[in-house]
Ligand binder design. Structure first.
Ligand code: S3P
Length: 174
C-alpha cells in the first residue's frame, strides 16, 4: 500500500463523497476528515444556516479557512463539500499540500436522486433545474482532479471505496 498518499474526494452534491470517505478510511485504517462536518462543528450551525444567514461568499471564506486548517492535520482522506474544489484558491492549497484528488463522477440523475432523498437542506440545490445548471457548469472544474472515478450504478459506496483503495492506494483488499 502507498503509505505516503493523501487523498481528497471531490464531486457534485449527492454523489456520496462523505460515505465513500468513511468506508475508505475504515478499509485503510486511517483518519479522515469531512470538510462540511468540520465547518458545522466549529461554527455550531448547519451549512444551510451559514449560507442563509451570511450568504454564499462568506460561506466560501469559512470553507477556505477550514480547508487550510484541515490540510495541515493528520488525516489521509478528506471529503470536500461539492463546491470547495471549484474555488481556485482551494485547488492551489490542495496541490501545495501534495494531496491526490479523486473526482467521484456520476450522472446528474444519480446525484439528484440522493439530494432529493436526503433530509439535509442544500441551499444550492433547492430545485432540479438550478442543481442541473450548477452540475453542468462544474464538470470542467471537477475534470481537473487527478483521478476520475466513474460511479457505476451497480456499485454501492463500500465497493466504490474498495476500488479506490485498490487503484489509488495500491491497497490489496481481500
Ligand atoms: C455545496 C455542497 C455542499 C455544501 C454546501 C455547498 C456546493 O456539500 O458544502 O451546501 O457548493 O456544491 P455536499 O457536496 O456534501 O452536499
Amino acid at each position: 500500500m502507498n503509505e505516503e498518499k493523501r487523498v481528497i474526494l471531490t464531486g457534485f452534491m449527492g454523489v456520496g463523497k462523505s460515505t465513500v470517505a468513511k468506508h475508505l478510511a475504515h478499509l485503510l485504517e486511517c483518519q479522515r476528515i469531512d470538510l462540511d462536518s468540520m465547518i458545522v462543528e466549529s461554527e455550531h450551525r448547519t451549512i444551510a444556516e451559514i449560507i442563509e444567514q451570511e450568504g454564499i461568499e462568506q460561506f466560501r471564506r469559512i470553507e477556505t479557512a477550514t480547508l487550510r486548517r484541515i490540510l495541515e492535520a493528520e488525516a489521509k482522506i478528506i471529503a470536500l463539500g461539492g463546491g470547495a474544489w471549484t474555488i481556485e484558491e482551494n485547488r492551489r492549497l490542495i496541490k501545495s499540500h501534495n494531496f491526490t484528488t479523486v473526482w467521484l463522477e456520476s450522472t446528474f440523475e444519480h446525484c439528484w436522486l440522493n439530494i432529493s432523498a436526503s433530509k439535509r437542506v442544500r441551499p444550492l440545490a433547492r430545485n432540479k433545474s438550478d442543481a442541473l445548471k450548477l452540475f453542468e457548469e462544474r464538470q470542467r472544474v471537477y475534470c481537473l482532479a487527478d483521478w476520475h472515478f466513474i460511479i457505476k450504478p451497480e456499485l454501492n459506496s463500500f465497493e466504490i471505496a474498495k476500488q479506490i483503495a485498490e487503484e489509488v492506494f495500491s491497497f490489496n483488499v481481500n
